[in-house]
Design a binder for this molecule. Structure first.
Ligand SMILES: CC(C)(COP(=O)(O)OP(=O)(O)OC[C@H]1O[C@@H](n2cnc3c(N)ncnc32)[C@H](O)[C@@H]1OP(=O)(O)O)[C@@H](O)C(=O)NCCC(=O)NCCS
Length: 496
């Protein structure tokens, strides 16, 4: 790299006012190393506690990871201010228009768009790994009929690991995957085989969780359909009497595009979870199950479901102002708006607006659309929303499409988790192939609790002065108990 005469030094000089010492910290990729900060040491001040460990070096405090980069990644780039989302350099809008989900999956995981022969192999290999062991079907059938499909999907992925002992580093050795980084081809083969298995089986598990709820038999995966075409077949085929299943092309295309949009989003909550869990070198099935658990939360993958529930609650456009008054009074959250990174426009929401039109032409217009549009219009003009840079995110529109396509509300997170397996696996693969090895992720904390104290014998203990409701367990109701039992065990007093 050429160094120009007037190029400023790529470093940060900080002065520790406690000691008067000055430190020069190198800046790389516009970041400083947190371990360089640790070199800044001082004697404890009178207000420091022993637990502040002042002599051991300055710590970086960043609750909720507001400004902490935890990896170097080549996978996805997001520019939140300009509304840019690129997979391996390709703008999301181009991929939605020109690519398909399986091709985009290859791009995300392996770094380049596949050549024609590479794509043909990839499609066929993923297709070969779509069946799950029939015992997994038994596991899913053991769930209650009304279980949330994400519970089933999460359990299904965790259980899959038990069927692949050869893929388990706890049984086959710690370096089962990380040896691939130094060119061990056997290790790389095991690694890539699990990627095929997880991608192939994700729609099968997801569709089983859907069919379970309806009491319908599970369909067998089909060959010769696209990834999303096979998924629709697994969900919808009612009988195999004669005619092979052909998905509706508009719906298949829309689902495929939604899958592309949801395939990755750099180090979001579930991907960070995947990397955190992956750093312990556990098997990839447990890693993906952990990703599912993170995605299930309403602040992450549950938002499209909550957005529709919110629109249903609002009911019609004339109720929007009253609802927004509650949002502006901070009594409610406008679900489907706001994003930790996008502070201007969510490019994914732009990319799917046209899709929504295409789907509504086939399915009929979603009745909630008018309410949604009125909400978006109101939000655009609301000072509260504008001053906080709150714009519609992808979940605001995706839920409307899913609903028009007839998916049940609690299936929406599943429709997010299946394509997101690609992102999780791309990041997991990148992590396993880190040339310098995988270090276990172990964040720090600032301990602000009690200092050391002596154990007190039970008979000498007294209720803490000023104790609040948070300082002891609250009394809970035992819903399943009968009155007879409660009386018998003395948890309610008999009226004699
Ligand atoms: C996505 C989300 C969790 C991002 O959170 P974040 O980056 O931590 O943003 P913050 O919580 O710091 O919000 C900043 C401010 O905007 C407000 N805010 C953020 N999202 C809001 C929303 N959807 N409705 C109303 N107010 C919102 C916060 O109350 C806060 O206000 P304050 O500064 O007066 O305290 C948040 O915007 C949210 O909960 N959105 C709704 C859920 C959703 O759609 N999730 C899907 C994301 S793809």
């Amino acid at each position: 790299m050429a160094v120009h005469k007037n190029t400023p030094r790529q470093s940060l000089t900080v002065v520790d006012n406690r000691t008067g010492k000055s430190y020069e910290l190198p800046i790389t990729h516009n970041s400083v190393l947190a371990t360089d900060i640790k070199k800044i040491k001082a004697e404890p001040s009178p207000t420091d506690t022993a637990e502040d460990e002042t002599k051991q070096g300055l710590r970086v405090y960043d609750p909720a990871y507001m400004n902490t980069a935890v990896v170097q990644s080549k996978i996805t780039y997001i520019n939140g201010l300009e509304g840019i989302l690129r997979y391996r350099g390709y703008p999301i809008e181009q991929l939605v228009q020109k690519s398909n989900f399986l091709e985009t999956a290859y791009l995300l995981i392996y770094g380049e768009l596949p050549t024609e022969p590479q794509y043909a192999d990839w499609q066929s290999e993923v297709g070969q790994h779509t069946f799950v062991h029939t015992d997994i079907e038994g596991l899913l059938k053991s769930f209650r009929y009304d279980s949330h499909p994400m519970s089933m999907l999460t359990a299904g992925f965790a259980a899959l690991g038990a069927f692949a002992p050869e893929a388990n580093p706890s049984l086959r050795g710690q370096k089962l995957y990380t040896a691939a980084a130094s060119g061990d081809m056997e290790s790389l083969k095991v690694l890539d085989k699990q990627i095929l298995r997880i991608l192939g089986k994700a729609p099968t598990l997801a569709a089983a969780s859907y069919r379970m709820r309806q009491g319908r038999p599970f369909n067998r995966p089909a060959q010769g359909l696209s990834y999303t075409g096979n998924f629709l077949h697994l969900l919808d085929t009612l009988s195999d009497a004669g005619k092979p299943y052909t998905p509706h092309p508009v719906l298949e295309k829309a689902l495929d595009a939604l899958f592309i949009i949801h395939a990755d989003h750099e180090v979001n909550c579930s991907t960070a979870t995947v990397l955190q869990v992956g750093s312990s070198l556990v098997d990839p099935y447990s890693v993906v199950a952990a990703g599912c658990a993170a995605l299930y939360g309403p602040s992450h993958g549950g938002a499209s479901e909550s957005a529709i529930r919110m629109l249903m609650e609002i009911g019609s456009p004339e109720n929007v102002p009253a609802f927004m008054k509650d949002v502006e009074a901070r009594k409610r959250v406008l679900v489907g708006f706001g994003h930790r990174v996008y502070k201007n426009v969510d490019p994914r929401s732009t990319a799917i607006r046209q899709l929504a039109e295409d789907v509504f032409k086939v399915t009929g217009r979603n009745k909630l659309l008018d309410t949604a549009l009125e909400l978006a219009r109101y939000a655009r003009e609301s000072d509260f929303m504008r001053s906080r840079n709150l714009y519609p995110n992808v979940d605001f529109y995706s839920g409307l499409i899913y609903q028009a396509m007839g998916f049940p509300l609690d299936f929406y997170p599943v429709l997010f988790a299946v394509p997101r397996c690609v992102g999780w696996l791309a990041h997991w693969r990148q992590q396993m192939l880190t040339p310098s090895g995988v270090k276990i992720w172990r964040p720090r904390q600032l301990y602000v609790g009690s200092g050391e104290r002596e154990y007190v014998e039970a008979r000498e203990r007294e209720r803490k002065e000023g104790a609040t409701v948070f300082d002891a367990p609250v009394q809970v109701h035992h819903g399943g108990d009968s009155k007879r039992n409660l009386l018998a065990v003395g948890r309610v007093r008999a009226r004699l």
